[in-house]
Design a protein around this ligand. Sequence first.
Ligand SMILES: C[S@@+](CC[C@H](N)C(=O)[O-])C[C@H]1O[C@@H](n2cnc3c(N)ncnc32)[C@H](O)[C@@H]1O
Length: 244
Amino acid sequence: MFRQIAPRYDLMNHLLSLNIDRYWRRAAVKRLRITPGKPILDTCTGTGDLAIAIAKKAGDQCEVIGSDFCYAMLEIARDKRKPGDATRGIDFLEADSQSLPFDTDTFGCVTVAFGLRNVADTDQGLSEMTRVCSGGGQVMVLEFSRPTLPGLRGLYGFYFSHILPRVGQWFARNNKDAYSYLPESVGQFPDGQALADRMTAAGLIDVKYTPLTFGVATIYEGTKPATSKSFNAETNSSKDNNDV
Ligand SMILES: C[S@@+](CC[C@H](N)C(=O)[O-])C[C@H]1O[C@@H](n2cnc3c(N)ncnc32)[C@H](O)[C@@H]1O
């Protein structure tokens, strides 16, 4: 499915989100805690927009790697690197997020944007992100969520279920399934506290989440304990009430 939609993925993303997806990724990057010298991994990187935004923020402070299991997506990501700026050094690697080819405790930050929902086993994806993150490092998930305001929730549901799949199919000119899959996958995926709890269960502490654009998307953040012994799954997840 992702191979099929890769050539038009960016266009569709910006069009169907009315370009708000760019702002969501910027908001995520702003919250990253970059540690100089500690590499950053963006999993399910797709066409690389989050990895590119991260590299621009990190500059020469650290290495940035984008991983994805879809070669066609990665090819587009690689073409976006520019020789003249910090994006030139991004490594885009083929890898399954359920079995990341990196050592435990490698990265200062591990991110995923609009990708965790697509990983077949969510808990395994979260567990792998946590494993490769170093102690004290940050795991961040940016994902669609369901708005809580009743009126907006209905409007959003209608747009997502009836308009978006039709516009998507028309513009992508091929794949009805890809754009019907989007509302279905968002509808079935945990959001808010439910996803924060899954991150806590994966071994993260201080998990919090910040709704964006009235809750249409949400940023989730957690920290890997400095040592696994300090991990306490009972206590540490909360909502950050500032919708930004
Ligand atoms: C909706 S795209 C998101 C791409 C990008 N992160 C963004 O913000 O636009 C989801 C990506 O997840 C990738 N993906 C899904 N399951 C995966 C897995 N198990 N391992 C690696 N990549 C996966 C797909 O190939 C696709 O590129």
